[in-house]
Design a protein around this ligand. Structure first.
Ligand SMILES: Nc1ncnc2c1ncn2[C@@H]1O[C@H](COP(=O)(O)OP(=O)(O)OP(=O)(O)O)[C@@H](O)[C@H]1O
Length: 310
């Protein structure tokens, strides 16, 4: 099923002098997936994204992008577009002129194509403004528009949500979801766990150049240890009793500022069991949400463990 793999790396290493930025990266990203790359500062995310964009070459290991092995030359692999460290723009040119200049470099694109990508990222109204005055969020959107211009099959984005306001973020998420639904693969890095959870089906957690987890978000939740969940029900007192009687569940005795809310702790199967028992007891579950999201919990556990173990 190799045709369905957009990125395959085996044993990728990359060092900058003494600093080992990537250390034996084995990664598979399936086609049409939005894959999130997370990790503490300096974990190697930007370095890895740079390899996918052909901005650097690995010291060793093999990398295959869209079914083609990546060679030793610095060149953007066919069908790949995106940016690291923010999009490169000419400040004295307008948004439209920036895209036209890029299109010229690549052999030309019709004006209609430029208008379409500007509309897609919501920049039509400022298309003829110089990018010098653009906010970070507007620059990010223009960077995405530039990537879309080539109709790539793999989009690589370093922190694409940086600087976006809630409406802008929603807009960009919508664009990425649509692209993925049409079969485009997206690999993005983010420090925002909520964004990654909202957008990505799979995630890779990097720490000091190594992968400490890669796979579906659902697997991450299942592999977690005990989780704290906030519980709001129609009858908190009765619900507390049911929780206390449920095997594998601990009820947090801390007084909550909200009488309706309390916190329970347990493994996923015990938490599932608790919800079933509450409903069977005629208690409505109004809110049941992790205090810390499964991704954030795993991120902290996996990256802190590594730091302690070093
Ligand atoms: N061009 C370079 N020259 C020297 N060292 C570099 C270079 N690029 C990256 N590094 C080092 O490689 C390591 C990985 O950096 P990288 O930028 O890939 O991390 P990151 O996960 O993207 O971090 P952040 O979240 O802070 O953006 C860091 O220790 C960094 O200092």
């Amino acid at each position: 099923m190799d045709a369905l793999i957009a990125v395959r790396s085996r044993g990728i290493t990359k060092a900058f002098g003494e600093v080992v930025a990537l250390d034996g990266i084995d990664l598979d990203v399936a086609q049409g997936q939005i894959h999130g790359l997370v990790g503490p500062n300096g974990a190697g995310k930007t370095t890895l994204l740079g390899l996918l964009l052909g901005l650097a070459v690995a010291d060793s290991g093999s990398l295959e992008i869209l079914g083609t092995p990546v060679g030793r030359a610095l060149a953007a692999p066919e069908g790949v577009a995106g940016f690291v460290d923010g999009p490169g723009l000419y400040p004295s040119l307008t948004a439209r002129q920036n895209l036209a200049a890029l299109a010229d470099l690549r052999g030309g694109t019709e004006t209609a194509g430029i208008d379409a990508v500007l509309a897609e990222v919501g920049l039509t109204d400022v298309a003829d403004d110089r990018t010098r005055g653009f906010s970070l969020g507007m620059r990010q959107r223009l960077g995405l528009a530039a990537a879309l211009l080539t109709k790539p099959r793999l989009i690589v984005l370093d922190e694409p949500s940086n600087g976006l306001d809630p409406a802008g973020k929603r807009h960009v998420h919508g664009v990425l979801n649509r692209l993925a639904a049409e079969g485009t693969t997206v690999v993005l890095s983010s420090h925002r766990m909520d964004d990654v959870e909202a957008l990505c089906s799979e995630v890779t957690i990097l720490n000091t150049g190594r992968i400490v987890f890669t796979g579906p978000l659902s697997k991450l939740a299942a592999e977690n240890g005990e989780l704290d969940y906030r519980l709001v029900t129609s009858d908190a007192e009765a619900a507390r009793k049911v929780a206390a009687d449920t095997a594998g569940i601990t009820v947090d005795q801390a007084v909550s500022p909200n009488d309706d809310l309390f916190v329970v702790r347990g493994l996923v199967p015990a938490l599932d069991d608790l919800v079933v028992r509450l409903v069977q007891a005629g208690i409505a579950v109004r809110e049941f949400a992790p205090v810390v999201s499964p991704l954030e919990a795993a991120f902290l556990a996996l990256t802190e463990q590594q730091e302690v173990g070093q």
